[in-house]
Ligand binder design. Structure first.
Ligand code: 9UX
Length: 68
């Protein structure tokens, strides 16, 4: 499963790097790429192990918001 999340609140490369690491650590995430410029996270995940709410939780735990 692939999703592109719009991420609000990232201000520097540290933000996007941190979020990318945290997403990649989450069980069920196969790959995550976070773009500061695009304010977006492209995530490939196993939907039997993590869902959108779980991905959103990672973003929020990093201090950012997911826009719908
Ligand atoms: Mo940059 Mo982001 O100094 O949480 S890491 S603003």
């Amino acid at each position: 499963m692939n999703v592109t999340l719009k991420v609000a609140g990232m201000h520097c490369n540290g933000c996007s790097t941190n979020l990318e690491k945290m997403l990649n650590k989450r069980e069920g995430v196969l790959s995550a790429k976070v773009s500061l410029e695009d304010a977006a996270a492209v995530v490939e995940y196993d939907e039997s192990k993590v869902d959108l709410a779980g991905l959103r939780e990672v973003v929020e735990n990093c201090g950012f918001d997911v826009a719908d």
